[in-house]
Design a protein around this ligand. Structure first.
Ligand code: GLU
Length: 440
């Protein structure tokens, strides 16, 4: 049994992290791991394994652009841990993607799949690209090149990608096809988040927000909040953000503010999420929505005021590091439900806990996405398809149980919700590693 836990700083140096700041997601993961390891008394050896990704693949992606020029992009697939099963996690297209970010996102997937107890490890992929600047044909060539480049390490029993920021069923269809062409037969189980016509699952598109809804329902129960009298604000209006707004609205809450990367809008009487989506589709942004006031955009995260509104439920559904030590003092929400991955920095997290704000951490709140991915994978392998009610019911059971397990641990040990989630997950991953042993 090891005794001394090396610090996050030390593990960051050993794993070749770039710059150890509050804005580096890999450093933040290591800090959360260190905090949880100390609280739970984790063995040093297993701590070091979890503080190191299992495999990192960096790939060069030359793409013939529509004008005949060759452009070269860079992408990554990181597999963090596979003790509990094949690696699992999405692929992100974003101009700011870097190796440390993908490492963190992969590690969060290991924690997340263990939190909801599905038989997977964690992985993540990313391409540093602004997809809005590419034509659909260029995006297809880029996606297929990436699928080809990572094909040696993915597979139905190896590593199963899925959508993430700025990727959708369309990209999943291209990856499915490319991989199937390589192996010589259709392999629908190699990727999830596929279009329904190709063996996607009912309910996958709404899954992240649907899972979040089930955890928010539990959270408002323990806090005695009546949803009909409650308010919500949602940062980000992509897949997770839009559906989160819609489901909070369906619960009876007033969704008073939403935002995207171009602006934020506020209406104290509540917004209609579907009307806002229509406006965004027509104009390219939620801003200037009729009847709402535009509120201060923050050039870095798309808005700042929205996060500081006095609402019952705050849902960050965009990117990492938006609740930081700079603005955490101004957060007034009663519940922070993290639809995004890593929206709260470890420093800010402690302050939220001290302030008595109930955080439903990302690894629980947004785990509905990967849970329905797991359902899709099971359906693809059995060639048997479930209806939407079956998917929702199975999802609710898992999300509710996970929320209660974590909430109870948080109360019993007087630790924050995130540390409780990590504790539960790390226990499961380490149990698998102990049983399998270290070999060769
Ligand atoms: N990208 C999503 C996440 O961060 C879904 C991953 C998946 O379905 O594998 O959880």
């Amino acid at each position: 049994m090891g005794t001394v836990i090396p610090s996050a700083e030390e593990m960051f140096r050993i794993t070749g992290g770039a710059a150890p700041s509050e804005m580096n997601p890999w450093f933040n993961f290591l800090k959360l791991l260190e905090r949880s390891a100390k609280v739970m008394g984790l063995d040093t050896g297993y701590y070091k394994i979890l503080a190191t990704p299992k495999r990192i693949l960096e790939v060069q992606l030359p793409v013939k652009m529509d004008d005949g020029r060759i452009e070269v992009f860079v992408g990554w697939r990181v597999q963090h841990n596979d003790a509990r099963g094949p690696c699992k996690g999405g692929i992100r297209y974003h101009p700011a993607v870097n190796e440390d970010e993908v490492k963190a996102l992969a590690a969060w997937m290991s924690i997340k799949t263990a939190v909801v107890d599905i038989p997977y490890g964690g992985a993540k992929g990313g391409i540093r690209v602004d997809p809005h600047k590419l034509s659909p044909n260029e995006l297809e060539r880029l996606t297929r090149r990436f699928a080809w480049a990572i094909a040696p390490i993915i597979g139905v029993d190896r590593d199963i990608p899925a959508p993430d920021v700025y990727t959708s069923p369309r990209e999943m269809a291209w990856i499915y096809d490319t991989y199937s062409q390589i192996v010589g037969y259709p392999e629908p189980g190699v990727i999830t988040g596929k279009p329904l016509e190709l063996g996607g699952s009912e309910g996958r598109k709404e899954a992240t927000a649907r899972g979040l809804q089930y955890t928010v329902e539990e959270a408002i129960k323990v806090l005695n909040i009546d949803p009909k009298k409650a308010t919500a604000a949602v940062q980000g209006y992509g897949n997770a953000g839009y559906f989160s707004a819609k489901f909070m609205h369906e619960l009876g809450m007033k969704v008073v503010a939403v935002s995207d990367s171009r602006g934020a809008i506020y209406n104290p009487d509540g917004l209609d999420p579907d009307a806002v989506l229509k406006h965004k589709k027509e104009t390219g942004s939620v801003k200037d929505f009729p009847g709402a006031t535009n509120i201060d955009p923050d050039p870095r995260v798309g808005n700042a005021k929205l996060l500081e509104l006095d609402v019952d439920v705050l849902i960050p559904a965009a990117i990492e590091n938006v609740i930081t030590k700079e603005n955490v003092d101004k957060i007034k929400a009663k519940i922070v439900a993290e639809a995004a991955n890593g929206p709260t920095t470890p420093e800010a997290d402690l302050v939220l806990h001290e302030k008595g704000i109930l955080v439903i951490p990302d690894v629980l709140a947004n785990a509905g996405g990967v849970t329905v991915s797991y359902f899709e994978w099971v359906q693809a392998r059995t060639r048997e398809w479930w209806d939407i009610e079956t998917v929702r019911q199975k999802l609710r059971v898992r999300m509710t149980k996970s929320f209660r397990d974590i909430y109870n641990l948080h109360r019993e040990k007087n630790i924050d919700m995130r540390t409780a989630a990590y504790w539960l997950a790390i226990d499961r991953i380490v149990a698998a590693m102990r049983l399998r042993g270290i070999w060769p």
